[in-house]
Design a binder for this molecule. Structure first.
Ligand code: GTP
Length: 952
């Protein structure tokens, strides 16, 4: 059935195709393009109505017959393609949608513009697209028509124009009408029409207005722009961007003509809205825009079929297309979106970061982490669980775990150093530690603080004592000095009394541990070298520590009273280490002394002062609130916590509120090294402070704050952080089981042990036996300390520092050692039989430490009857008399109190006729024992299992 095509008709009548198209439109027939076919009825009507005239007249008479609205039956054939092109234009307003179709219709008739223009006030509407329509002006005109009809449908304003011009609209208005009739291409057509229907109407009018009111929709513009369309039906929320702006209020502003926007029936503009989907992804402005954009197709980000579905929807007054699909798509989109941002980790979806840095304090918990990145802590817990870490949300975790989380979620985790942490804490109270207040003019000279270091037995202690007592002797004959951790001496240099502060804990360990805490108390180091012994390993070590700290060194060549003393050799040796004596042209002062004979002590003091003057600018503000370091602290039975502090700047006074590490309080009294009460301590002055609530640690800082309350708050926060850090640290300590586990993973390991025993014989025996263990190359056993006697805090300290395990043979912890081990996470294993200790350690070293099991009786059942089965053997009909019988547990058979068979398995366990995994007390059951048929009535079947018990 050869249908006639528009251009054929045009040719036949000698007019342009466009003209024919126009006529069809007026007749209510929608024909897309010149190459579209025309249904026979429509063709006939055309011939009937225009045939004659056309033959006689010219095409110039375009609007002749407004009549012929009845679109009904015949279906013009829509030409989808064209629309696509127009689509772009459509964007601007809902009306656009309406136009679109029209446009489509007119695609090829650019020349025919006059016609459209003429007829349609609607045309005016058409123009509105003006702003963006760039695409094709020609189209517009055409569009005018379609809109017109639409307008009439309901638009007040539009009607005005439209109505007059063409009755045709009516039919058109009816969305359904035209479309059903002809077209397989409904979509494209529909599109055009669709607008007409409900929404279209609104829009039509709206559009214009919109054009005015609504601010230009910026970005959306292109495709989104359309969306913004005022009149538009409200886009599906699900597809809408979350921001209000996205809803059109933003850029496009939802100028929506109030209710108008809300499409009426067919309105739900679903159609347009639909476009949304396409736009949805576009997000910003997307939703709304999507709508419009879609008609045009071009606008559609997705590029999906333009207009298609929208049309359909519009036509039917309901969200076109398979609704199912729409809904699904929403969900799918959301999921897609989430999936994009949320990586799956251990089965959990957690929002991922963009490499942002997350600062966390030591010992932070998952909750802290979750708070910082805005996710749910529970998800992190689960995530970690899947990653093999069992951690609760509020538990402190170590840095490795935080790093792991950060890595997985794409965050850079920065664990704040204790110093930074404290700095932040103080600054939250508007305090700052470590800086002198004021300017240069507020600073005054302060005495140097000296630490004595050197090799063992080279005379450090003796020298410190000599210096102290010599000085005391000077001052007050018979005076008794106490060891409070530091003291000050006075010496005469060039006629001036100069003070020097000595930290009287000899050795570089204290010096280093203080430095490790970020506290550098020492200005100058005195390196003691015994002249008869020369430079020894610890001499070099001390030298390196001092150098590393950038502390000037004064060498005390000691024991020169001894005959074997060879001070020159010492100078030579130290020169090799870069410490060149002044007399050799270097800058280090060497003083030959004798601590024993108290020889040249004053020269040594002078050398210290001169070195300080030469290389250091030791000044401090003595007027500010005091700040300094805790040198040592202990709990005094009568006086409570006592701390020796070294004031570094400011002046500490009795009555000051201070916070020292996690301790705080008000200075109740201060004592100097002579036990004398003092009321204030200026820079470099050591003082024993009474009045703290707890004993701070050596190397911790102290500072005076405004009031007790502030002191307490700072101290409490420090303590909480310390606790959290400790907890986190504890998690990484090693236990024998951990060691075994890591062995299983094939990692090469060192197992550090500290042995403590009741007598030296057992410790030696244990050590020898352990040394003789053959555990292969990949494991190494190191006994880092051994000793006789109780396990002390020192042992725990060492174990904590070196990740060691303490083996206690017939000994127990002393004092607070146990508590400390618990706090530090140090494992202490107790044994009283040597071979047991050896066995376990060997097993651990070989990765064979087996779990210990204990039997746990689950319950008993009494055999009440026995059924013989050729297939199953003897089936025992039982009554569970206590507990339960479990199918997979072991059983034993007890007859008259004697176990007649043990460790049996059940071949089957049934409750009634069904297999049961367990049967509880009070119920009957049938069971068959595997490989044991010798059962009798009244026998007792006991169910038990082996449970692993945690090792002590
Ligand atoms: N003859 C002589 N002996 C000294 C002198 N100084 C220290 N001694 C002796 O050397 C030994 C070690 O002295 P200490 O002061 O304990 O040495 P140290 O460096 O403190 O030793 P450690 O505390 O073990 O590191 C003691 O017996 C002192 O009496 C000295 O100037 N002359």
């Amino acid at each position: 059935m050869a249908k006639t095509r528009v251009h054929e008709l045009a040719k036949e009548f000698g007019v342009e195709s466009k003209f024919v198209l126009e006529k069809f439109k007026e007749m209510g027939e929608f024909v897309k393009s010149a190459s579209s076919t025309v249904e026979l009825p429509a063709e006939m009507r055309f011939r009937k109505e225009y045939g004659d005239k056309l033959k006689a007249e010219t095409p110039s008479t375009p609007a002749p017959a407004p009549a012929a609205p009845k679109p009904g039956p015949k279906a013009p054939k829509p030409a989808p393609k064209p629309e696509a092109t127009q689509a772009p234009a459509a964007p601007e307003t809902p009306a656009a949608a309406a136009e679109a179709p029209a446009a489509a219709a007119a695609p090829e008739a650019p020349e025919a513009p006059q016609a459209p223009a003429a007829e349609a006030p609607a045309a005016s509407t058409g123009p509105r697209p003006g702003p963006k329509p760039a695409p094709r002006p020609a189209a517009k005109p055409a569009a005018a028509e379609p809109q017109a009809p639409a307008a009439q449908a309901e638009t007040p304003s539009a009607p005005g124009d439209a109505a007059p011009k063409s009755p045709a609209p009516r039919p058109v208005g009816r969305p359904g009408a035209p479309r059903p009739g002809n077209n397989p291409f409904a979509p494209s057509q529909g599109m055009g029409r669709k607008p007409a229907p409900g929404p279209g109407a609104d829009r039509g009018p709206a559009a214009p207005g919109a054009g005015d009111q609504r601010p230009p929709r910026p970005p959306a513009g292109r495709d989104g722009g359309a969306p913004g369309r005022p009149g538009m039906p409200r886009p599906n929320p699900a597809m809408m961007p979350k921001s209000p702006a996205a809803f059109g209020q933003g850029p496009g502003g939802r100028p929506a003509p109030g209710g108008a926007a809300r499409p009426g029936p067919g309105g739900r503009g679903g159609a347009p809205g639909r476009g949304g989907p396409g736009g949805a992804p576009a997000r910003p402005g997307g939703a709304p825009g999507g709508f419009a954009g879609r008609p045009g197709g071009g606008g559609r980000p997705g590029g999906g079929r333009p207009g298609q579905r929208g049309t359909t929807q519009g036509a039917f007054g309901r969200p076109g297309g398979p609704s199912r699909r729409g809904r699904k798509s929403k969900r799918a989109r959301r999921q897609e979106f989430e999936a994009m941002e949320a990586p799956t980790l251990g089965g959990m979806r957690v929002r991922k970061g963009n490499g942002e840095t997350v600062r966390l304090a030591r010992g932070a918990s998952l909750t802290d982490f979750a708070d910082k990145v805005g996710v749910d802590a529970a998800q992190l817990v689960q995530m970690l669980f899947h990653l093999g870490e069992m951690v609760t949300a509020t538990e402190s975790v170590n840095e490795a775990v935080l790093d792991l989380l950060g890595e997985e979620l794409n965050y850079v985790v920065q664990v704040v150093s204790p110093e930074d942490e404290d700095r932040e804490l103080l600054s939250s109270f508007d305090l700052e530690f470590g800086e002198d207040e004021g300017d240069d003019s507020d600073l005054s000279v302060r005495p140097p603080v000296v630490t004595v270091m050197g090799h063992v037995d080279h005379g450090k202690t003796r020298l410190l004592d000599a210096l102290r007592s010599a000085n005391v002797g000077d001052k007050e004959a018979g005076g008794i000095t106490q060891h409070i951790g530091a003291y000050q001496v006075t010496t005469d240099v060039d006629g001036t009394d100069r003070r020097i502060t000595f930290i009287d804990t000899p050795g570089h360990e204290a010096f280093t541990s203080m430095r490790a805490r970020g506290a550098q108390a020492t200005d100058i180091a005195i390196l003691v070298v015994a002249a008869d012994d020369g430079v020894m390993p610890q001499t070099v070590e001390a030298l390196n520590h001092a150098k590393a700290a950038g502390v000037p060194i004064v060498v005390a060549v000691n024991k020169i009273d001894k005959e074997s003393a060879d001070p020159t050799k010492v100078r030579g040796q130290l020169s090799e280490y870069g410490l060149v004596p002044e007399e050799y042209g270097g800058d280090a002062m060497f003083v030959d002394v004798s601590a024993k004979s108290e020889l040249n002590l004053d020269k040594l003091l002078e050398a210290v002062v001169l070195t300080a003057d030469a290389s250091l600018d030791l000044r401090a503000n003595s007027e500010q609130d005091a700040q300094g370091l805790v040198i040592e602290a202990h709990l005094d039975r009568g006086r409570g916590p006592v701390a020796t502090v070294l004031v570094q700047r400011g002046t500490l006074r009795v009555g000051d509120s201070i916070v020292a590490g996690p301790a705080y309080g008000r200075v109740r009294a201060m004592l100097d090294e002579h036990g004398e009460n003092i009321t204030e301590a200026d820079p470099s002055r050591p003082a024993m402070v009474l009045g703290l609530t707890a004993t701070p640690g050596a190397g911790q800082t102290f500072l005076v704050v405004d009031d007790d309350r502030m002191a307490r708050q700072i101290a409490e926060k420090r303590e909480a952080r310390e606790r959290a850090a400790m907890q986190a640290k504890r998690r990484v300590r090693r236990t024998l089981e951990d060691f075994m586990a890591s062995m299983e993973k094939g990692a090469s390991q060192d197992l550090n042990l500290i042995l403590k025993g009741d007598v030296s014989g057992s410790v030696e025996a244990l050590e020898d036996a352990l040394a003789g263990l053959d555990v292969g190359d990949e494991v190494s056993l190191r006994i880092i300390d051994r000793g006789v006697g109780a396990i002390t805090e020192t042992n725990v300290d060492l174990a904590a520092a070196s990740d060691a395990i303490i083996i206690g043979f017939n000994v127990r912890p002393q004092g607070k050692a146990s508590e400390m081990a618990d706090k530090e996470g140090v494992e202490i294993r107790y044994y009283s039989v040597i071979y047991q200790a050896i066995e376990e350690i060997e097993a651990a070293l070989k990765g064979l430490l087996k779990p210990v099991y204990e039997e746990s009786v689950l319950g008993q059942a009494q055999i009440r009857a026995i059924f013989r089965s050729s297939k199953h053997g003897n089936i025992a009909g039982c009554m569970v008399t206590s507990g339960l019988i479990r199918r997979n547990a072991k059983v034993r058979v007890i007859r008259d109190g004697n176990v007649i068979a043990d460790n049996l398995d059940l071949a089957s366990l049934k409750r009634e006729k069904d297999d049961a995994s367990e049967v509880r007390e009070g119920f009957e059951c049938g069971l068959v024992l595997k490989n044991f048929q010798d059962i009798k009535e009244d026998d007792v079947v006991e169910s038990f299992e082996m449970r692993e018990i945690p090792r002590s």
